[in-house]
Ligand binder design. Structure first.
Ligand code: ADP
Ligand code: MN
Length: 382
């Protein structure tokens, strides 16, 4: 029981601050956050179309001074639904009390550093990268303007400077960070993972993944940023190899990249539509893109989806928080195929609903630029 309830450091971040934890099964994350982010998630229920593009919100936690507080256990079922906690006396350091939409009351939370911990607040969210074997994660920060109304002048200047010298200024988005499965075979060491010379200064290899830091994303211009997406979707795909088998493999890789890009385009088109029909503002929010980075697992996922479609007729896009009793007892959940892709809006530390102020053109510009680049890539792949 304990191992199920313990929190572990969450390592599948593409960018941002340290200090995110996840539960043992990995279905949810706990992230230090601002009150504004909690407010935004709580009020998103009144904006269901927008909410559909956010991670599922499970609750918020505030740090408790009482060191001896009893923290009931946090447990979750496999598909990310939080089960009622097992109450079992555990003294937790920095115990946390939270209010959640019903199911979870209090959980133990071991702060693991990170700047935003100073708020003493944390948010419990669906872990968007769970359900992947080896997720390839990309964090795309939206907006030309990245600071909120209440930002001090020094912060505005600093962020405006970064905007001016990056694609944030020209395109309204920039890559904040990226983490890619390096596809190492069994037993391969990190040291054996190859990093192209041009990427060396930005990349750290760890546990079989290449992590690209924020300076990688800052190094692109409006014209060259397509290269970053080419890298994200599996490298420069040209039919240079010799022989029939090689040509076939190259063609297959290209088709898979195209398949994935089309999925992300579909999600982004939906987000664009939603943003155009909402009155909201978000500064320094991100689009989080994820796809299965293990080629074999990706094929299994795609085959699994097709099978699922065949069984259910039209894909129902099953909601993850329907009825938990049903979810827990449903054996089928255990055999659910791993995911192919995910795309969500995240990071609402500076986000709010702004009735009467019109759509968020600052964020829309980034989405449109992102769409244009992905559409170009698809056209090239054809
Ligand atoms: P900040 O940038 O303020 O530190 P973010 O909300 O952007 O906080 O989170 C930092 C990183 O954590 C993101 O780049 C992303 O990789 C990861 N992350 C955030 N929320 C989720 C989530 N719900 N599921 C999976 N990964 C997440
Ligand atoms: Mn962020």
């Amino acid at each position: 029981i304990l191992s199920e309830s313990e929190l572990v450091a969450f390592d599948h971040t593409a960018a941002g601050h340290d200090g995110i934890s996840s539960n043992a099964s990995g279905s949810l994350i706990i992230k230090p956050c601002t009150q504004a982010e909690i407010d935004f998630y709580e009020s998103a229920k009144d904006h269901p179309l927008f909410q559909a593009h956010m991670p599922t919100f499970l609750g918020s936690l505030s740090q408790h001074d009482d060191q001896d507080a009893v923290a009931p256990l946090l447990e979750s079922s496999q598909d990310g639904v939080v089960a009622p906690p097992h109450v079992d006396g555990i003294t937790a350091q920095g115990a946390v009390t939270g209010t959640t939409p019903g199911l979870m009351r209090r959980v133990s939370w071991k702060p693991s550093g990170g700047k935003k911990i100073a708020t003493g607040l944390a948010i419990v969210l669906e872990n968007v990268v769970s359900g992947f074997k080896h997720p390839n994660v990309l964090d795309v920060k939206l907006g030309v303007r990245l600071w909120d109304d209440d930002a001090p002048l020094a912060k505005r200047r600093k962020l405006d400077e970064v905007t001016a010298k990056t694609t944030s200024g020209s395109l309204g988005f920039r890559l904040a960070g990226m983490k890619m499965w390096a596809g190492a075979g069994a037993g391969a060491e990190d040291a054996e993972v190859e990093v192209p010379p041009t990427e060396k200064e930005y990349v750290e290899v760890k546990n079989g993944y290449r992590s690209y830091n924020k300076y990688y994303g800052q190094s692109f211009s409006a014209d060259s940023v397509v290269d970053a997406f080419t890298t994200y979707f599996g490298g420069i795909i040209q039919g240079k190899e010799n022989g029939d088998a090689a040509t076939k493999r190259v063609r297959f890789k290209r088709q898979r990249a195209e398949f994935l890009i089309r999925r992300f385009i579909r999600e982004l088109e939906s987000i664009q539509y939603v943003l155009e029909n909402e009155e909201s503002r978000m500064y320094s929010a991100s689009v989080l893109m994820v796809y299965e980075g293990d080629p074999e697992a990706l094929e299994i996922s795609i085959a699994g989806e097709e099978e699922e479609d065949g069984r259910d007729g039209v894909d129902g896009g099953e909601g993850m928080l329907q009825d938990d009793d049903e979810d827990e007892e449903d054996d089928e959940e255990d055999t659910r195929p791993p995911k192919v892709h995910e795309l969500r809006l995240i990071d609402f530390a500076h986000a709010r609903w702004t009735p009467g102020e019109g759509p968020d053109q600052n964020a829309i510009k980034g989405i449109q630029s992102l769409l244009a680049i992905l559409r170009d890539l698809v056209a090239k792949a054809e």
